[in-house]
Design a protein around this ligand. Sequence first.
Ligand SMILES: NC(=O)c1ccc[n+]([C@@H]2O[C@H](COP(=O)([O-])OP(=O)(O)OC[C@H]3O[C@@H](n4cnc5c(N)ncnc54)[C@H](OP(=O)(O)O)[C@@H]3O)[C@@H](O)[C@H]2O)c1
Length: 312
Amino acid sequence: MHSTSHSFVGKRVLVTGASGFIGAHLCAALLRAGAEVHGLTRRSRVPVAGMHWWHVDCCDLEQLRGLYADLRPQIVYHLAGFSTGTRALEAVMPSLQQNLISSIHLMLVATELGCERLVLPGSLEAPQENNAIPSSPYAAAKGAMRDYAAMFHTLYKTPLVLARLFMVYGPAEHHLHKLVPYVCLALQRGEAPRINSGARAVDWIFVEDAINGLLALGLTPRLEGRSVDIGTGQMTTVREVVERLVNIARASVEPQFGNVSNRSMEQERVANVAETAALTGWRASVALDEGLRRSYEWYARMGTKTEREVGV
Ligand SMILES: NC(=O)c1ccc[n+]([C@@H]2O[C@H](COP(=O)([O-])OP(=O)(O)OC[C@H]3O[C@@H](n4cnc5c(N)ncnc54)[C@H](OP(=O)(O)O)[C@@H]3O)[C@@H](O)[C@H]2O)c1
């Protein structure tokens, strides 16, 4: 774990999306690091020893402002969101509301009521070049969120940092259709995973590494206004990830590549890990094979249970 984790002792930390994949892992790490952790969810509260749960929708500004005013968190991680890159028309409104509006609400209340640090979830999908067309409703919302973050920091001095998360994978990903859980569970059932061409190369980061990166962004001084890459600096194609999982599982089935259409305008980007290390002192340390093996073993233990029954 990054050394700054020790400084979380006694800190009041608010985590939105606390029941989600990254949020749940982050809350567990913050609790281990001695923080007072307040998790926000729209669902029923998940029993986690030591956690405080709040039932609030980030899209409801008054509800969010009321909770924030009561809690006065020192550090805020905004991990609530609509985390799918689908190109479907139905994704436009959920992505706008859950990724953009909810983030603007967090920036507003953090600016009005104050905090030491607000960490926002950036994405490799956000358009990079000027006038680049967003590849999905998700990418459009993440790009707009980045622009709002720059505005809030410049105009209102909001102490925010953008965590530009690359492709996070690992245990307890509850969207079971995402690549790693989907392939692990298919192989455990003895079924051949059906994949697109598998040609897209992605910077995959194990969730434990991503969490340590997020912890560093919560405490490292002088990061305000920056976007910091949370990745490994290494690109691996979807095909190679699937083949490595087949090896780990010692499966005899042949994955069916080309069985599902590729998405349009897939983005291939790699994290600038040298810059992140210079800014924060943090670097990812879990090798892809190790992360995939640990993921495979976790989904094997999951079996027919739900991810909540297995736990983070
Ligand atoms: N996973 C990745 O590889 C990755 C990569 C780059 C960026 N990110 C970003 O990181 C963030 C977390 O990702 P994730 O993979 O952990 O997603 P996730 O598993 O889908 O969790 C997101 C959680 O946000 C909560 N939520 C959604 N809308 C909300 C609202 N209006 N108010 C309150 N809570 C709301 C949902 O929990 P409830 O239903 O309990 O409210 C959901 O479980 C997202 O912004 C995502 O875009 C993820």
